[in-house]
Write a protein that binds this ligand. Structure first.
Ligand code: AMP
Length: 208
């Protein structure tokens, strides 16, 4: 299973990726998670990425393409992978195609999770994450319902940055819907439904 998850920030890509990874044991490759870990660790990559991320802008293509190429060579990705938050530009999509074909691999599908932008603003400004296990919840979760860990709000989940991330999505990333439609890989899912209903639709669309 080699899948790209498309959709605006807050559409539910991370939640759906976590469910697929849990059920099918494939690798979860989230460029946002990799970059946030680098920022937290204060590595050169993190120092380079931080100002873009804080502003809700995209980290330069060559940086994220390098990250993903490296991640795709790891053992756990050989069984299959879910790319979450990558590609986000046409340059990244073309680079991914080239890298996969050099590795003798194909994408099975590009799953677009669709949610109305105003609903996303409300979702993201109340989103909370678990510091320990990464569970994605909301401000109703005072502690993580999965592991009891501390919940926190991402630095870029404030309204101004969320609106900028949605603009960046519309300009840079939404064109990938047509790109993958043109490759006959596009699957569109209604992401406004309850999490388990979205997941049922994702599995049905992927014949899983
Ligand atoms: P996410 O967790 O996917 O919402 O990503 C958080 C932030 O990380 C984004 O707003 C970007 O600043 C950066 N980022 C993540 N993935 C990419 C990507 N594929 N290309 C460029 N920037 C990215």
């Amino acid at each position: 299973m080699n899948i790209v998850l498309l959709g605006a920030p807050g559409a539910g890509k991370g939640t759906q990726a976590a469910k697929l990874v849990e059920e099918f044991g494939v690798a979860h490759i989230s460029t946002g998670d990799i970059l946030r870990a680098a920022v937290k660790a204060g590595t050169p990559l993190g120092l380079q990425a931080k100002s873009y991320m804080d502003a809700g802008e995209l980290v330069p293509d060559e940086v994220v393409i390098g990250l993903v190429k490296d991640r795709l060579t790891k053992d756990d990705a050989q069984k299959g992978f879910i790319l979450d938050g990558f590609p986000r530009t046409t340059v990244q999509a073309v680079a991914l195609d080239a890298e996969l074909s050099a590795m003798g691999k194909d994408l099975d599908a590009a799953v677009a999770v669709e949610v109305d932008p105003e609903a996303i603003v409300a979702r993201l400004t109340s989103r909370r994450m678990c510091r320990v296990c990464g569970f994605i919840g909301s401000k109703a979760n005072e502690v993580c319902p999965k592991c009891g860990g501390e919940m926190y709000q991402r630095a870029d989940d404030n309204e101004t940055t969320v609106r900028n991330r949605l603009d960046v999505y519309a300009k840079a990333t939404a064109p990938l819907i047509d790109y993958y439609r043109g490759c006959n890989l596009l699957v569109e899912i209604d992401g406004a439904q309850a999490v388990d209903d979205v997941y049922a639709d994702v599995k049905k669309a992927l014949n899983l």
